[in-house]
Design a protein around this ligand. Structure first.
Ligand code: HEC
Length: 129
C-alpha cells in the first residue's frame, strides 16, 4: 500500500448540501421579506395613516349627516344609496375608505376627508350594526 491521499466520497456531496441549505435559507428570507413588506405596501399612505388613528363615531355621525345622509338617509337606512347598516361586516376598513375616497361607484362622489375625518366616518360606519 503506497501513500495515495485519501479522497473522501462525502466531500462534494457535502458541499452540494451546503449550497442547497444556503439557497433554501435565501428563499425563506425572501418569502419572509415579501410577507412583511407586501401588506404594508398595499395600503397607500393615506389609508395607513387613517387606520392608525382612532375615530370618534360621534363626529363621524355629524360628518355623515352633512355629507352622506342626502343619499344614504339620515339614519343610514338607505335612499338613493344603499342602507349602510352592517356594512362593516361586508367590507373591510380598507374597502370602506376606498369606497369614500375613490369615486369609483358613481353617483357616489369622490370625497377627500382629512385622515382624522375619515377615521371618524369609519368609526361611525363600524357602529352601524
Ligand atoms: C350622491 C349620492 C351619494 C352620496 C353623497 C354618498 N353616497 Fe355612498 N353610495 C352611493 C351609492 C349610489 C352607492 C352604491 C354604489 C355601488 O355599489 O354601485 C353608495 C355606496 C356606499 C357604500 C358601500 C355600501 C355597500 O353596501 O357596499 C358606502 C360604505 C358608502 N356609500 C358610504 C358613504 C359615505 C360615508 C358617504 C359620505 C362621506 C357617502 N357614501 C356619500 C351614493 C352616495
Amino acid at each position: 500500500m503506497t501513500g495515495q491521499p485519501l479522497t473522501s466520497p462525502e466531500a462534494p456531496g457535502n458541499r452540494r448540501g451546503l449550497i442547497a441549505a444556503l439557497l433554501g435559507m435565501a428563499a425563506a428570507a425572501c418569502i419572509v421579506a415579501v410577507l412583511l413588506v407586501l401588506p404594508a405596501a398595499r395600503a397607500d399612505p393615506y389609508t395607513r395613516q387613517t387606520l392608525e388613528l382612532s375615530g370618534s363615531s360621534e363626529h363621524g355621525g355629524r360628518l355623515f349627516r352633512l355629507n352622506c345622509a342626502g343619499c344614504h338617509g339620515i339614519a343610514a337606512q338607505g335612499l338613493v344609496g344603499p342602507n349602510l347598516h352592517g356594512v362593516a361586516a361586508r367590507k373591510s376598513p380598507r374597502q370602506l375608505i376606498q369606497q369614500v375616497v375613490s369615486g369609483r361607484t358613481p353617483p357616489m362622489p369622490r370625497f377627500q376627508p382629512e385622515p382624522q375625518a375619515m377615521a371618524d366616518l369609519l368609526a361611525y360606519l363600524n357602529g352601524l350594526v
